[in-house]
Design a binder for this molecule. Structure first.
Ligand code: ADP
Length: 412
């Protein structure tokens, strides 16, 4: 699909966008109306490339799972999805496929129509995101076959952070590593931070371009972003999603000297270190129990589990410290946003973080904090505090909206 192939503005149908988030063994999908965010259908194909491969499709509150036929691959999963969409008479409503792509490097600060050149550059960027970009390309290829007449759009997780200034993206390393090898901070979760900032602007009744916010996306992966006049100006994740605050299984910032110590004195290989820092650390590593916040909160509150308590305490302190550090990027601050599975649901974690932010004039209304969970949103701060907003993120809606907008612009 090239830009030239798009037709006149009137003929661009943006009724619904199929949003695809393709991992190495999974595809998350969601058919969504860009104008309203209404989800017509969603689901997950998981355990791909294994005999356990299955696809679950949710529609109108009902869930159906199908074991995938032989091949168990991304293509098979998409063909089952297409079949279901056909049976439900939904294929005619799809105007484009919007792909979440984790790494867009410095090339992409905007959603982009996928052409052969764009695929090549997503592939070249795989050296910065070896786990994600190759998987996205598999999804793109499979969608091109399954939906050959539809435009495919890439929406990059790094794009929102392309506005961060040099002082925030340059590491204290020899400058040639940036110039010659693109080693710099990129940041991730950009689509989520952008969505919640836009929602916060609505709640604060101000244009986004006048909003100064700190956004904490706390899920399995966690990142904190500072938004000045509606644009990201710094973020905690770096060249990879490993940097910044502590997460479910990732350690976040550590002294780089620990890596040499592990390799030189404790017999770790580089592959072992990679696994340790990304899969065995964070909440899981410190607690020795789980990466799941609910399990840890239960263990702490019900069993007085010492390591679960420590893991959650370290987690909250490091997030509070990261939030406070961003006062260096702002001269004004409208409020703090909590989002992601933990940010949207855990009143204990929100309280523990905010109680360490008194110097920034944040304090929580305990009742509102307890009540704002499970999809509820709102300001949980006391009257005298700056705003503390809980906002449910919706990255799929942003991807659908931006894909539809791009197609409309290209057809003008
Ligand atoms: P991902 O980054 O994989 O999208 P999510 O945003 O879904 O992750 O967040 C997953 C995290 O949210 C898990 O640690 C989970 O324990 C936590 N979580 C979900 N619901 C609750 C809850 N009610 N209380 C505390 N934590 C919760």
């Amino acid at each position: 699909m090239t830009q030239q192939k798009l037709q006149s503005k009137d003929s661009v149908n943006t009724d619904a966008i199929l949003v695809i988030n393709c991992g190495s063994s999974s595809i998350k999908f969601c058919l969504i109306k860009p104008a309203t965010g209404e989800t017509l259908l969603s689901g997950l194909a998981e355990c791909l490339l294994s005999p356990e491969a299955k696809i679950t499709i949710k529609r109108d509150g009902e869930k159906q799972s199908y074991k995938l036929p032989d091949a168990f691959d991304h293509q098979t999963a998409l063909s089952v999805l297409v079949e279901q969409l056909q049976q439900l008479n939904l294929v005619k409503d799809i105007s484009a496929i919007g792909h979440r792509v984790v790494h867009g490097g410095e090339h992409y600060s905007q959603p982009t129509l996928i052409t052969t050149e764009v695929e090549q550059s997503i592939s070249q960027l795989a050296k910065l995101a070896p786990l994600h970009n190759p998987a996205h390309l598999i999804g793109i290829k499979a969608c091109q076959e399954a939906f050959e007449n539809l435009p495919q759009v890439a929406v990059f997780d790094t794009a929102f952070h392309q506005s961060i200034p040099e002082k925030a993206y340059i590491y204290g390393l020899p400058y040639s590593l940036y110039k010659d090898h693109a080693i710099r901070r990129y940041g991730f979760h950009g689509t989520s931070h952008y969505f919640v900032a836009k929602q916060a602007a609505k709640q604060l009744k101000k244009p986004l371009a006048q909003c100064n916010l700190i956004s904490a996306h706390l899920g399995n992966g966690c990142s904190v972003t500072v938004i000045k006049n509606g644009e990201s100006v710094d973020t905690s994740m770096g060249m990879t999603p490993g940097e910044g605050v502590m997460m479910g299984t990732r350690c976040g910032d550590i002294d780089a000297g620990i890596i040499f110590h592990l390799v030189d004195n404790l017999g770790y290989s580089i592959a072992d270190v990679n696994k340790l820092l990304n899969k065995e650390s964070g909440l899981l590593g410190v607690s020795g129990l789980s990466n799941d916040c609910r399990t840890l909160e239960n263990a702490m509150l019900e069993d007085n589990h010492v390591q679960a308590t420590l893991a959650l305490t370290v987690f909250c302190y490091r997030i509070a410290k990261s939030i406070a550090s961003y006062s260096a990027s702002l001269t004004q601050l409208d409020g703090l946003i909590f989002t992601g599975g933990i940010g949207e649901n855990s009143s204990w974690i929100r309280a523990e973080i905010v109680k360490q932010l008194g110097l920034l004039n944040f304090s929580l209304d305990e009742e509102k904090n307890q009540a704002t969970r499970f999809g509820a949103s709102g300001n949980i701060a006391t009257k005298s505090s700056r705003a503390c907003l809980v906002i449910a993120t919706n990255e799929e809606w942003v991807i659908a909206e931006q894909s539809a907008q791009l197609l409309t612009n290209l057809a003008k």
